[in-house]
Design a protein around this ligand. Structure first.
Ligand code: FAD
Length: 306
């Protein structure tokens, strides 16, 4: 008997993930589900927990490196239909985890609200942005959050206020919890000024980052060590701009972006990541931490070579 008996209309087996990520590499999910509503999601999580099936949440795959061999267990994607509602009561916003982050930014500005313009140019879903505390030099999503709701991995509900969420640089205390929606508090904005901010941030990003390439954004977190430059500059200083392994290479525009071309594999990216980490460690004494999420690799597979 299948562990997912009763969920046959939402669970599929051996589903390729490559087209669901921006690197467009990697193998299949052993099981893949798009539960239609909150009740089905909760029931599916409880079943997976009882049956000891590993669960991972997939957003828009813009921060993910999936192994060529694929991912064991269950990958869940929240369909827009049941999980991407956006509503506001004055400046209080409630937004579903499956909503696109760029869509939320545009929507808030079109409603005369301000506070999320800093997230312009960050692709992906609201759920993942919360888990990673997405943002950059203009600001982070966590500063606008009041409450985050969702499920623990065992299918029991949680509701965290902003302190519980523990937002820090590109991380949070949400861990492996499944985010369903969140409440935010925005400010009254000036539509024309906000629109100009969006244009300015996007043109700056297009000038300095390979925005339309097959990448997952910044691969490494910026080291928070006195005297050590941001990861992109560090990689550049080590002469690794445009370094290549197979079909994966370091972007000439921004060295913290690794880019795939046709024929690239996850293995190519892994080798490139290991090369950069090894050089950073040996030449600069810096342990580069991954910002990108890696699925399906054995422990240590992306580490610097000792
Ligand atoms: C061109 C480009 C530019 C980028 N620029 C930035 C930037 O400026 N700042 C920045 O922070 N990031 C940036 N990124 C990285 C990426 O956009 C963010 O990390 C984004 O938040 C990932 O969203 P996603 O839906 O694609 O998540 P995925 O890549 O699908 O998943 C990322 C992680 O979030 C988890 N997750 C997904 N949905 C949920 C959920 N509902 N509940 C709990 N966990 C969940 C996944 O399990 C995984 O661990 C960039 C990426 C690209 C390609």
């Amino acid at each position: 008997m299948n562990w997912f008996q009763g969920f046959e209309n939402c669970v599929r087996q051996n589903v390729s993930l490559a087209s669901m990520t921006t690197y467009k590499v990697g193998g299949p999910a052993e099981f893949f589900a798009e539960p239609e509503d909150v009740e089905t999601l909760g029931a599916l999580l409880r079943r997976a927990c009882t049956e000891r099936i590993d669960v991972r949440l997939l957003g828009h795959g813009t921060n993910l490196l999936v192994a060529d061999a694929g991912v064991p267990g269950l990958v869940i994607r929240l369909p827009k239909s049941g999980f991407a509602k956006a509503e506001n009561d004055g400046l209080r916003v409630r937004i579903g985890a499956g909503h696109s982050l760029p869509g939320l930014v545009k929507w808030s500005v079109s409603k005369g609200m301000s506070g999320l313009e800093c997230l312009q140019g960050v692709p992906g879903t609201v759920g993942a942005a919360l888990r990673m505390n997405a943002g950059g030099k203009h600001g982070e999503i966590g500063t606008r959050v009041r409450r985050v709701n969702g499920f623990e991995k065992d299918g029991s509900p949680f509701s965290f206020n902003v302190r519980d969420c523990g937002f820090v640089y590109r991380n949070s205390a949400l861990g492996s919890r499944i985010v369903m929606d969140c409440e935010m508090e925005l400010e009254a904005g000036d539509f024309e000024r906000s629109k100009q901010t969006l244009t300015d941030i996007l043109s700056e990003k297009c000038r300095t980052q390979p925005m339309n390439a097959r990448s997952a954004g910044c691969v490494f977190k910026n080291p928070k060590i006195l005297g050590v430059p941001p990861a992109g500059r560090l990689i550049d200083e080590m002469g690794l701009k445009s370094a290549r392994v197979g079909g994966a290479f370091v972007s000439a525009k921004h060295a913290n972006f690794l880019v795939c071309e046709n024929g690239a594999t996850a293995r190519d990216l892994v080798e490139l990541i290991r090369l950069i980490r090894t050089r950073a460690l040996n030449e600069r004494g810096v342990k580069l931490e991954l910002e990108v999420e890696a699925w399906g690799f054995p422990a240590g597979a992306l580490n610097a070579v000792a």
